[in-house]
Design a protein around this ligand. Structure first.
Ligand SMILES: Cc1cc2nc3c(=O)[nH]c(=O)nc-3n(C[C@H](O)[C@H](O)[C@H](O)COP(=O)(O)OP(=O)(O)OC[C@H]3O[C@@H](n4cnc5c(N)ncnc54)[C@H](O)[C@@H]3O)c2cc1C
Length: 197
């Protein structure tokens, strides 16, 4: 007979992890969210100075605005994206604030273990459970057993700087937007944007 799913681990407290946690919790599951950062929001957590590798870094840059309107980007069950009727294409702090208010509104914070990174997920056939190994704030390793795991770790964290033909003879500098945008803008150097994201 199939085992009843009761305990669920959610990896990540970005938008996808929070939505998963909200619906699983309201359906009666015992939910634990593991988030390696110190706050919710995923890529919408802006860091002026992105942490150096091997840390996952940061994806949002200083001047970022959404490329989707709030009506499309917001969660259907929480339409209060911009209470003060802020722009249809808001800046990143407004998005982060919205995500934090979503988590608070649906009382998700008590479910989240911050500064806890999932390092391994292994299926234990005999027990019919997932063995989830996490690393806590102090570097300590801990194992938990779950009936189901929802992977919401996102996919925009890792820096991907392409190797460009001729970059070794280019006299100027090459930079990625996040973390370096502001200093380059303030230095008033001439810039050539590349990429269409
Ligand atoms: C520059 C940029 C601009 C964007 N603009 C828009 C936009 O305008 N509109 C739009 O709708 N979308 C936009 N996106 C897409 C964006 O990825 C989504 O809005 C949304 O953040 C995806 O949510 P997510 O929860 O899937 O992933 P993420 O936001 O990446 O969240 C993943 C979370 O999982 C955590 N995590 C990952 N691995 C682990 C682990 N092993 N253990 C514990 N925690 C872990 C991370 O710390 C993070 O908090 C943009 C993305 C980027 C990079």
């Amino acid at each position: 007979m199939a085992k009843v799913v009761r305990k669920v681990a959610v990896i990540g407290a970005g938008p996808a992890g929070l939505v998963s946690a909200r619906f699983l919790y309201s359906a009666g599951f015992d939910v634990t969210v593991f988030e390696r950062n110190e706050r919710v929001g995923g890529v919408w957590v802006y860091r002026e100075i992105p942490p150096a590798p091997p840390s996952p870094g940061a994806a949002v840059y200083d001047s970022l605005r959404t490329n989707l309107p709030t009506d499309i980007m917001g969660f259907a069950e929480f339409p209060d994206f911009t209470p003060d009727r802020a722009p249809t294409y808001p800046t990143h702090p407004i998005v982060l604030d919205y995500i934090e208010r979503y988590a608070a509104h649906f009382k998700l914070f008590p479910l989240i273990r911050f500064r806890t990174e999932v390092r391994d997920v292994v299926w234990d056939e005999a027990a019919a459970e997932w063995v989830v190994t996490v690393r806590g704030e102090e570097g300590e390793s801990e194992e938990g057993r779950f009936d189901a795991v929802v992977a919401c770790g996102g996919n925009f964290y890792r820096r991907n700087m392409p190797v460009l033909d001729g970059e070794n003879v280019f006299p100027g500098g090459l930079f990625r937007r996040e973390g370096e945008e502001r200093s380059v803008r303030e230095s008033k150097v001439r810039r050539v944007p590349s990429g269409c994201g």
